[in-house]
Write a protein that binds this ligand. Structure first.
Ligand SMILES: Cc1cc2nc3c(=O)[nH]c(=O)nc-3n(C[C@H](O)[C@H](O)[C@H](O)COP(=O)(O)O)c2cc1C
Length: 199
């Protein structure tokens, strides 16, 4: 059991949804409590079983836990000041994409799309195991190539923080409220789902 209750910010959905979608949100409070190795294995396995164009599985993940201070520091050093809350999380990762098809080495237009899908699998698996997760585009991309020794032809996508829920009372209350409210802000369905043709 985590030290703190699972954060309650369930999506105010207009239709009944499965639990992991309803419960998922991106909180700012993370506990540094270790995640059990079998749960970490399950997070990675969830990525592995995502669907992908031509089954190329173009995603790659560089991850570290607080158990290895050097690895963790390498990843956490990339975060922008605004995302420093993520340093509390036990698990940090950077999602990467192999941009070309294996076959003929031509650009794979679906590579980023597939990687996003695989990361989504990780998030839903996390929520299903009472963990919280938050994605971040705010990190030093140039430094990432250098610090993590990523080949130049690879595309870096988002960083990911995963952990047990933390104490939300420790987060600046304005920021906390803004984050809480932002999660509930959704476009209306007719703005994003078109029946039959583009509208
Ligand atoms: C690719 C991507 C990049 C993001 N970058 C950041 C970030 O740098 N910092 C941050 O606090 N949240 C970041 N977020 C979280 C979004 O702000 C959040 O998902 C969005 O407001 C919807 O809220 P919810 O995830 O709680 O539903 C990012 C999310 C995604 C998918």
């Amino acid at each position: 059991m985590s030290k703190f209750p699972y954060p309650k910010n369930d999506a105010a959905t207009d239709a009944p949804l499965i639990d992991v979608i309803k419960k998922r949100w991106s909180p700012l409070a993370f506990s540094n409590k270790p995640i059990e190795p079998e749960k970490i294995q399950a997070l990675l396995e969830a990525m592995r079983w995502a669907q992908s164009s031509r089954n190329e599985q173009p995603w790659r993940l560089i991850y570290a836990t607080k158990d290895d201070a050097e690895d963790f520091e390498r990843l956490s050093s990339l975060l922008t000041e605004g995302n420093s809350w993520a340093k509390d999380a036990y698990f940090l990762a950077l999602g990467c994409t192999v941009p070309n098809h294996v076959y003929k080495n031509k650009p794979n237009r679906m590579a980023m799309y597939d990687t996003g899908g695989a990361i989504s699998n990780i998030f839903l698996q996390a929520v299903g195991m009472d963990l919280v997760a938050h994605e971040m585009g705010g990190y030093d991309k140039e430094a990432a190539y250098k610090v993590l020794e990523i080949p130049q032809d690879i595309i870096v996508t988002a960083m990911i923080a995963i952990g047990y829920p933390g104490d939300e009372s420790k987060i600046d209350q304005d920021k906390q409220k803004k984050r809480f409210d932002q999660h509930q802000e959704r476009k209306d369905l007719p703005e994003v789902a078109f029946k039959g043709k583009w509208q």
